[in-house]
Design a protein around this ligand. Structure first.
Ligand code: SAH
Length: 353
């Protein structure tokens, strides 16, 4: 690493303190903070004297993430980014357009160590955690992209569903969430932020007590522990009962419903009896089930399901009075699934631009 200070990871007060330590008045720090959250690099901070801007660029980093590659879906305009980090690593992000605005899926780690059998992000394990500044930087880079395209929208919703297990990078994720709320920063409501976990129970409990009311999404992918253990190693550590109990606590403390993700794989978890079993487990909970037809990863041996199977599963859940939808697939033509673009780029040995 460069040894430069990553200012994007600091709060406004911390940036002001950093400025003072470096011989500047505190208000300069606040200016820098606000510029960073607007996506500016030091050279673009026009309210700062030119000599200060070049001195800052030698000591610190304003924008820790840049876009190395982008792919735009011809189907729905979804954009997949390959983000470059300062140390040469890369992660993925996906920008989706909805009627309510732009939603960005961000990564929280380079790689992942959870080992889910259907997922491409975890094939080479975890390389490192992302810092809070890097997670924010993914949003800032997407906002710059939108600005350069002349679009009015900026990222208004964030889902932490890219590569990595957010609760395996707990401290940085919490710092990132607090940065989103900073008064003079990008000021995103945490109601517009979703955090997806494979079910790290102690951290789910801890999150419930943080007073950071994000939408909690839990990758369940099975109606019972036996099936869950076939695809998710983490199921050997925490049982579904413990996970569901932690979800109930989360609902109680935050007043928010929990979303369960359920990726359907042929011959594993997709029969109507599985839907009934799942409904039995979830009954009485303030929750919603998101069905995802498995996105086939060529290195993995799991198969996807037919549309008819998804429809039947959905019907069964509804008959059992469980709120459920089939997740809309976006950017199907641009390797939208976790970790696939990064992997392809690593394998092709492709370089930027
Ligand atoms: N580690 C977190 C978040 C990252 S993955 C978690 O496990 O929730 C985001 C979602 O995509 C998870 O529900 C994950 O299980 C799912 N996923 C990963 N690979 C997939 C694939 N090939 N097809 C469908 N869903 C997949």
């Amino acid at each position: 690493m460069s040894g430069k200070t990553e200012l994007a990871g600091l709060t406004e007060a911390e940036t002001a303190a950093w400025a003072k330590e470096h011989g500047m008045p505190a208000f300069r720090g606040r200016q820098i903070f606000q510029w960073i959250h607007r996506g500016a690099d030091f050279s673009e901070m026009t309210s700062l004297p030119a000599d200060l801007r070049s001195r800052l660029a030698e000591e610190a980093v304003a924008q820790p993430v840049s876009i190395r590659l982008e792919r735009v879906s011809r189907i729905d305009g979804t954009v997949k980014f390959l983000y470059a980090l300062a140390d040469g690593n890369c992660v993925e992000g996906v920008l989706m357009r909805y009627h309510y605005g732009a939603s960005l899926c961000i990564s929280t780690q380079v790689g992942c160590r959870m080992g889910c059998r259907f997922c491409a992000s975890t094939l080479e394990g975890r390389v490192r955690d992302l810092s809070a500044g890097e997670m924010l930087g993914e949003i800032l880079a997407a906002n710059r992209y939108l600005q350069e395209k002349g679009e009015k929208d900026r990222v208004s919703h964030v889902v932490m569903m890219g590569s990595g297990e957010p609760l395996d990078n707990y401290e940085n994720v919490i710092r990132f969430l607090k940065l989103l709320r900073e008064e003079n920063g990008i000021r995103m409501s945490l109601r517009n932020v979703s955090l997806s976990t494979c079910g790290l129970v102690p951290q789910m409990r801890q999150l419930a007590g943080e007073d950071l009311p994000v939408t909690l999404c839990v990758s369940l992918h099975a109606p019972n522990d036996e099936i869950r253990r076939r695809t998710m190693p983490i199921a050997n550590r925490y049982s579904m009962d413990e996970i569901l109990q932690a979800c109930r606590e989360y609902i109680e403390k935050t007043g928010r419903r929990v979303i369960f993700e359920y990726a359907m794989a042929d011959g594993v978890n997709s029969a109507p009896e599985h839907a009934r079993e799942l409904a039995g487990r979830l009954r009485g909970m303030q929750c919603h089930v998101n069905l995802i037809p498995l996105n086939v990863v060529k290195e993995r041996d799991l198969r996807g399901v037919r549309e008819e199977t998804v429809r039947q599963f959905l019907e069964t859940l509804k008959e059992e009075h469980i709120s459920a939808t089939r997740r809309r697939e976006m950017g199907d033509d641009i390797e939208g699934a976790c970790g696939q673009l990064r992997r392809k780029t690593l394998q092709d040995g492709k370089t930027a631009e």
